[in-house]
Design a protein around this ligand. Structure first.
Ligand code: ADP
Length: 519
C-alpha cells in the first residue's frame, strides 16, 4: 500500500523519497489509526496528512491556529493542482458562504480552518453530512494545557468532533512536545503508544550559542555588520523591547522590519511580506511572529532576551535553517531577564497550578543559560530525546576556548552559606550574604550575623549569582519551585561539602580586542 503513497510523493510533490518518520505516520493514518507525529520544524509534517488525505476517500479537515499559515498551505496545494481552500475570519461573509457551499458539494480535498470555526453550527452540520477523510490538528501542542501555547478553543472541539461519528481518523502534529504534552494529546485523541511517531528533535544544522555580559545592542550591531547579506530574526521578550531595538538599528541605517501584536494588521502584514520576500533582511519581533511562517533561508535567530521556557525557545530558534543549511541560534542572556519573565508569568491570567508549572519551566530555561555542558544535548534531554549520543560539537559551550578552573572551595562556601541561611532564600539574597552586602532586607533578617557573611567578598555580586546559577544548572544545588525559588541542598551538595566531589567551572574566555570594544 505504501508504494502507492510513494508514487503520490513523486508525482504530486516531486520528491524522491520520504523523510524520517513520514512513511510510518502515513502508514498509520491510511490504516485509520489515530496518530501523533512529533517532528522538528522543517521535518515535513504537512506531507504526513496531505498524502493520506489524497488517498483516503472524502475531505480532509485541517485545524490550524494561525490564519497566515493556512493561506500559504492552500496556495501550495492549489499550485500542485489539488483542490484546497481555507475558511476563516479573514474572508467576507459572502466568500465564507460560497466556500461552505462548495465544501458541502464535496469539491475540496483539503479544507483548513481555525478552531473557532467549530462555533458555527452551519459548518459543523456540513461536516456531519459529508464524507471526511481525516481530521488533522496542526501545532497540536495547543490542545494541551501543559503546552506552551495552550488554546482552550482547540481543546473544546475534541468532544464536539467525537460526537459527529463520521471522522475515521485523527492526526496530531507538533514540533514541540514534552512527555506530559504527548500523553495529554494521546488521551484527548485516543492515540495508542504504538501510533506515536517521534523522530527526535535534533537539528544538525543549528549551532546554539549563549552570550552573557555583553551590551546587547552593540553585540547585535556588530553581528549584523558581519552578516549583511543574510536573513535573520531578532526576538525580544516584550513589544517595548522590539520598538526600542528597531529604533536603534534603524537610526544606524540598517534595513529592519518589525512585528508585534501592538501594531495594526496592515503594518504587520507589510512587515511580514517584506521579510518573506527578502526586501528586508532583519525582522525584529515578539513571539507573535513566526508560527507557521515558512521562510526557509533564515540564517540566524537572535534572542535579545531569555524567553519563558525551552519549548518556546526551541520553536523560535528553530525557525532558522529550515532549508538544512548551517545556521546560528544566539541567546543574549542578562540576569534581569529572569525577573522580567517572572513578572510576565505573575501578570498572566493563568490559575495558580498553571503558574507553578510555568515557574518550573522557567527554571529549566535559566539552567540552560548557565549550563556548561553541550547546549544541544541540554535541549534534547529536556524533551527526553536520547538520540544524541555525544556532544554536538557546534554550540558555544562545545567550541569556545575556555579555561577550566577548580571552584570546589567557592562551591563549598556557597553551599554552607545556603545551609546557614536555613535553605529559605533565593539566589539574589544568597549572593548578597556571600558578598557582605549592607542590603536592608538582609539586615532585617539578621543575615549579617552569619559566619558566611562576606566570605566571598572578593567577588562581585554578579559573579556570585553566576556561580550559584551554575551550581543549580549542574544539579549540585536544588531549587524549590515557585515564584521565588529558594535554594536547598541535595545529595550532590552534601558530597561537595564533604569533599567527596570536586567542582570545575569554565571561566569566561579572555575577550579579543574587538570584543573588548563593546563591553
Ligand atoms: P514542518 O511543518 O514539519 O515544519 P513542512 O511540512 O513545512 O515542515 O516541510 C518543510 C519543507 O520540507 C517544505 O518545503 C516541504 O515541501 C519539504 N519536504 C517535506 N517532505 C519532503 C520530502 N520527503 N523530501 C523533500 N522535501 C520535503
Amino acid at each position: 500500500m505504501i508504494a502507492e503513497q510513494e508514487k503520490l510523493l513523486q508525482t504530486y510533490f516531486g520528491y524522491e523519497s520520504f523523510r524520517p518518520g513520514q512513511k510510518e505516520v502515513i502508514n498509520h493514518i491510511i490504516h485509520t489509526n489515530n496518530t501523533l507525529a512529533v517532528m522538528p520544524t522543517g521535518g515535513g509534517k504537512s506531507l504526513c496528512y496531505q498524502i493520506p488525505g489524497l488517498s483516503l476517500n472524502g475531505t480532509a479537515i485541517i485545524i490550524s491556529p494561525l490564519i497566515s499559515l493556512m493561506k500559504d498551505q492552500v496556495d501550495a496545494l492549489q499550485a500542485l493542482g489539488i483542490p484546497a481552500t481555507f475558511i476563516n475570519s479573514s474572508l467576507t461573509t459572502e466568500e465564507q458562504r460560497t466556500r461552505l457551499r462548495e465544501l458541502e458539494a464535496q469539491r475540496y480535498k483539503f479544507v483548513y480552518v481555525a478552531p473557532e470555526r467549530f462555533e458555527s453550527s452551519m459548518f459543523v452540520s456540513i461536516i456531519r453530512r459529508i464524507p471526511i477523510a481525516l481530521v488533522a490538528f496542526d501545532e497540536a501542542h495547543c490542545i494541551s494545557q501543559w503546552g506552551h501555547d495552550f488554546r482552550p478553543s482547540y481543546r473544546s472541539i475534541v468532544p464536539q468532533l467525537k460526537q459527529l461519528n463520521n471522522i475515521p481518523v485523527y492526526v496530531a502534529l507538533t514540533a514541540t512536545a514534552t512527555e506530559e504534552v504527548i500523553s495529554d494529546i494521546q488521551s484527548m485523541l485516543d492515540i495508542g503508544a504504538e501510533h506515536v511517531v517521534n523522530t527526535g528533535f535534533e537539528r544538525e544544522n543549528l549551532a546554539f550559542h549563549i552570550v552573557k555580559g555583553k551590551d546587547r545592542t552593540s553585540y547585535i550591531r556588530s553581528f549584523l555588520q558581519e552578516h549583511t547579506d543574510e536573513s535573520g530574526i531578532i526576538y525580544t521578550a516584550t513589544r517595548k523591547q522590539a520598538d526600542s531595538v528597531y529604533e536603534q538599528l534603524q537610526k544606524r541605517g540598517i534595513s529592519v522590519a518589525k512585528y508585534h501584536a501592538g501594531m495594526s494588521e496592515t503594518a504587520r502584514k507589510q512587515a511580514q511580506a517584506a521579510f518573506i520576500h527578502d526586501e528586508c533582511s532583519v525582522m525584529i519581533a515578539t513571539n507573535a511572529f513566526g508560527m507557521g511562517i515558512d521562510k526557509s533561508n533564515v540564517r540566524y535567530v537572535i534572542h535579545y532576551a531569555m524567553p519563558m521556557n525551552i519549548e518556546s525557545y526551541y520553536q523560535e530558534a528553530g525557525r532558522a535553517g529550515r532549508d538544512g543549511e548551517a545556521s546560528d541560534c544566539i541567546l543574549l542572556f542578562s540576569p534581569q531577564d529572569i525577573q522580567l519573565q517572572k513578572f510576565l508569568i505573575e501578570q498572566s491570567l493563568m490559575d495558580e497550578p498553571a503558574k507553578q508549572n510555568e515557574y518550573k519551566k522557567l527554571q529549566a530555561m535559566v539552567n540552560y543559560c548557565h549550563t556548561q555542558g553541550c547546549l544541544s544535548s541540554f535541549i534534547l534531554d529536556y524533551f527526553n530525546d536520547t538520540s544524541l549520543k555525544q556532544n554536538c560539537g557546534r554550540c558555544s559551550n562545545c567550541v569556545e576556548r575556555l579555561e577550566k578552573t577548580d571552584i570546589t572551595e567557592e562551591a563549598q562556601m556557597i553551599l554552607s552559606c545556603v545551609k546557614r541561611m536555613g535553605e529559605r532564600f533565593g539566589v539574589g539574597m544568597t549572593a548578597k550574604v556571600l558578598k557582605g552586602s549592607k542590603d536592608k532586607k538582609l539586615m532585617d533578617f539578621n543575615l549579617h550575623q552569619l559566619s558566611t557573611y562576606g566570605i566571598l567578598s572578593a567577588y562581585t555580586e554578579k559573579e556570585l549569582t553566576e556561580r550559584i546559577h551554575f551550581l543549580v544548572a549542574e544539579q549540585l544545588l536544588a531549587t524549590e519551585e515557585g515564584k521565588f525559588p529558594t535554594l536547598k541542598l541535595n545529595h550532590q551538595s552534601v558530597d561537595v561539602l564533604k569533599g567527596k566531589r570536586s567542582v570545575t567551572m569554565y571561566t569566561a574566555p579572555i575577550p579579543t580586542s574587538e570584543e573588548a570594544d563593546y563591553q
